[in-house]
Design a protein. Structure first.
Length: 282
């Protein structure tokens, strides 16, 4: 049997409003408990327009049917249209936990982090986290146990801030091929080590199945806007293929099963993975 965590990144207002309820219905049908990493602040998705200068980004947008995945409004949020505050959809956020799923912290302003993390000062990082964590606490009356960084990117400055957040028990901010102990924070990093649909939609299912033949545990990264949107049928097809020989764990359950004594201690590295427009941590 394979042990898989389904890690759901909720990046946008539309992803929380439309994609999350659809995914919850799917998980109910297959008796799966997933872990949702939520964005809570302004949806500034429209500010990604500068990335249209990057041919790799344009290719990715076309490949993942970005227009139907995110919607026209999302493409304009933070530019022509005012950025909506994602946490205003409080009932949808609470529905995740009420349905028995885990909810962890992904972002305050997702777009700002993804575009500026390597330039953000210690003060900016502190303010970003304080706004996000306080919003999370106001909704769930508890602190998150882990952090999953937007875009799988993070700076040493941010890691030095995170190491003092005593409620954070582990990280999930990279695309490394196996878990390890991150050197700055001394926290266990549980990477998204299975294929990401948006990077290679055509061969996604075959890629996941082949990789599961090689490893007994893994984290499958999905997005509320993608698998809860135009690629929902592809996601369901994958679940139908793997369900008979898979045990679905939450991220915290995965964390509890890791053999912590035999993990490598190292720092993150940057790498551009096939199908990705920009480098991410591994």
């Amino acid at each position: 049997m394979n042990n898989i965590c389904i890690k759901v990144d909720v990046d946008t207002f539309n992803g929380l409003k439309e994609g999350v309820p659809k995914l919850i219905k799917i998980f109910d049908k297959y008796n799966i408990k997933a872990t949702f990493y939520v964005t809570l602040g302004p949806d500034n998705s429209g500010k990604a327009i500068i990335n249209l200068l990057n041919p790799s980004f344009v290719k990715k947008m076309l490949k993942t049917k970005a227009a139907s995945s995110y919607g026209l409004k999302t493409a304009l949020y933070g530019t022509i249209l005012k950025a909506p505050i994602i946490a205003i959809l409080k009932e949808n956020l609470l529905k995740i936990s009420k349905s028995g799923h885990e909810v962890e912290f992904h972002a305050f302003d997702h777009r700002f982090w993804q575009d500026h993390i390597y330039k953000m000062s210690q003060k900016q990082i502190k303010e970003w986290f304080e706004k996000g964590i306080s919003t999370y606490f106001s909704i769930y009356k508890a602190y998150p146990k882990s952090f999953g960084a937007p875009g799988w990117v993070c700076s040493d400055t941010a890691l030095n801030y995170i190491k003092n957040l005593n409620f954070i028990k582990f990280l999930s901010i990279s695309r490394a091929d196996k878990a390890f102990i991150e050197q700055i924070t001394r926290l266990i990093e549980i990477p998204s080590d299975l294929p990401c649909l948006e990077e290679n939609p055509k061969d996604f299912i075959d890629s996941v199945v082949k990789m599961l033949d090689k490893k007994s545990m893994g984290v499958l990264p999905i997005h509320a806007e993608i698998e809860g949107g135009p690629f929902m049928d592809t996601f369901i097809k994958l679940l139908n293929i793997i369900k008979e020989h898979t045990v679905f764990l939450t991220m915290n359950e995965y964390f509890s099963k890791i053999d912590k004594k035999n993990l490598t201690i190292r720092k993150f590295k940057l790498k551009t993975l096939p199908g990705r427009a920009f480098s991410c941590l591994v």
